[in-house]
Design a protein around this ligand. Structure first.
Ligand code: PAP
Length: 315
């Protein structure tokens, strides 16, 4: 796929449309903003995806820890640290995403690959759009989120890898405004997080909710919790050792040093290079980029959206 390939504007002119950056546009679909590149594939996921009861769906807003969780889920479910898959394969290739790969490449048909005992599939589609589909089977959902300011700063850096960024930059000021207004791919961020979180509170056996910061703080604890949720707990004498090994093999230091993840080549599954998914993986890096007034602006929305609804997170 060519980097940020041009898509035809959506034929239905009644659909709400907003500029993202440069000549990239977002379209409103069922209350969320979808990038034109993934609008049709997102609709096809809703129409045609049939989750199997054994599927594990990794859901996330972009830049909140998707790549990390892909590595962790693969390792927990397939115990891949024992067979080196992560050394030679980018996590996004080991675990395909529904709207950015599978349904994009299959022209909208359910690719229905079943060569694995457990299919792990990624998605950025908001629960408001994909919830009914995911509830049509007993599949499990793992959701990861991240501090809003670090998420935004990570996205802003990521987009700088796009060639057209340099021709027509996406300023940090514009990015902050768009983040606060919810007009970013798969946004609003706050609605995305709250909907999956609410489901995890209602049905903790169906939806597992974890934050990037919790993973950083105590990876072993979260991996143990995740393995229990997935029905594949670590048992026996070496349990703690195996958990430790997984946390280490999926940590930023280890993963970002594999040749495949350092590569500036563009993978088949995404229009930006392999290495664009690994920057520094830190908590609190927004402090190095956001001005105090930007932090204030985002924190005000965080209080209004998260804190007011009982989720004291993100500040
Ligand atoms: P995606 O949603 O487009 O797949 P995602 O993986 O969620 O992106 O986000 C990438 C971020 O996760 C980057 O954060 P940064 O820009 O703040 O550095 C990336 O560095 C970070 N990341 C990737 N792998 C790991 C990891 N193993 N541990 C911690 N952070 C990681």
């Amino acid at each position: 796929m060519e980097a940020f390939a041009h898509q035809n504007p959506h034929p239905d002119s009644a659909i709400q449309k907003q500029k993202w950056f440069s000549d990239e546009f977002l379209y409103k679909f069922k209350g969320s903003w979808i990038w034109s590149t993934y609008l049709e594939s997102t609709k096809k996921v809703v129409e045609n995806f049939k989750p199997l009861p054994t599927d594990v769906i990794l859901a996330s807003f972009p830049k909140t820890g998707t790549t990390w969780l892909k590595a962790l889920l693969h390792s927990i479910i397939f115990r891949s640290s024992e067979e080196n898959s992560l050394i030679f394969n980018h996590p996004h290739e080991l675990i395909p995403s529904l709207e950015t790969k599978l349904f994009l490449e299959s022209n909208g048909k359910d690719p229905a690959f079943t060569d694995q005992k457990v299919r792990i599939l990624g998605t950025h589609i908001p629960y408001q759009i994909i919830g009914d589909v995911l509830n049509s089977s007993d599949c499990k959902i793992v959701y990861v989120t991240r501090n809003p300011k670090d998420t935004l700063v990570s996205l802003w850096h990521f987009i700088q890898k796009a060639k057209k960024f340099h021709e027509d930059p996406w300023t940090l000021e514009a990015a902050v405004d768009q983040f606060c207004n919810g007009v970013l791919p798969f946004g609003p961020y706050y609605d995305h997080v709250l909907a999956y979180r609410e489901e995890s509170l209602k049905r903790p056996w169906k939806v597992f909710f974890v934050t990037f910061e919790e993973l950083k703080d105590d990876g072993n604890k979260q991996v143990k919790r995740l393995a229990g949720f997935l029905g594949c707990p670590f048992e026996g004498e070496n349990a703690e050792e195996k958990i430790e090994e997984i946390v280490k093999s999926c940590g930023f230091e280890t993963l970002s040093n594999h040749e495949v993840n350092k590569s500036s080549e563009t993978p088949e599954c995404f229009p930006l290079p392999y290495n664009s998914f690994f920057r520094n993986g830190k908590v609190g890096d927004h402090e190095n980029y956001l001005k105090p007034e930007m932090i204030h602006q985002i924190d005000a929305i965080t209080r209004q959206k998260f804190h007011a609804s009982g989720f004291v997170y993100g500040i």
